[in-house]
Design a protein around this ligand. Structure first.
Ligand code: NI
Length: 159
């Protein structure tokens, strides 16, 4: 198990667009394993490669149903709307209200660079939108409606 340092807001790497993954190397597999370890250790529901300082289009998500790996992901369909609290491991101790689609369909590649489709609603749809934004150098804080809040002590779930 290897944990990587989570980059925090203010670190310019979080504002840069990521590059497509063209091949899966042993280093890519190490990165994916470390991203999962780092996400679980931090009790997050998602983590994008730039959050650990790597500008590659790789995302991991787990909303409680097991790990999801998305390489070179792209949203191809959305519908509906949900407004709810969102947080980010790169913006520790904060949360804010963000409106996202309530349904998302995306295509992504797995660790063998095989394409697959994924659909999600509610938290999974939110997590996919949030993490894919990271790959384009975007943070949820720019989408917050009203003020960015401090977390309650009991709320420790962030993505
Ligand atoms: Ni985030």
């Amino acid at each position: 198990m290897a944990l990587r340092k989570i980059r925090e807001i203010g670190d310019q790497i979080l504002n840069q667009p990521c590059k497509e993954v063209k091949a899966i190397t042993p280093r890519t597999m190490d990165l994916i394993d470390d991203m999962l370890d780092t996400m679980y250790e931090a009790c997050g529901v998602g983590l994008a490669a730039p959050q650990v300082g790597v500008l590659k289009r790789i995302v991991v998500i787990d909303v409680g149903d097991g790990p999801i790996l998305m390489i070179n992901p792209k949203i191809i369909e959305t519908s509906g709307e949900q407004t709810g609290s969102e947080g980010c491991l790169s913006v520790p101790g904060r949360n804010g209200q963000v409106t996202r689609p309530n349904y998302v369909k995306a295509i992504a590649y797995d660790e063998n660079l095989e394409p697959y489709e994924i659909e999600g609603t509610e938290l999974l749809a939110r997590a996919i939108c949030h993490e894919l934004d990271h790959l384009d150098g975007k943070l949820y804080v720019d989408l917050v409606e009203g003020e960015l809040m401090y977390n309650d002590v009991m709320e420790d779930e962030e993505d």
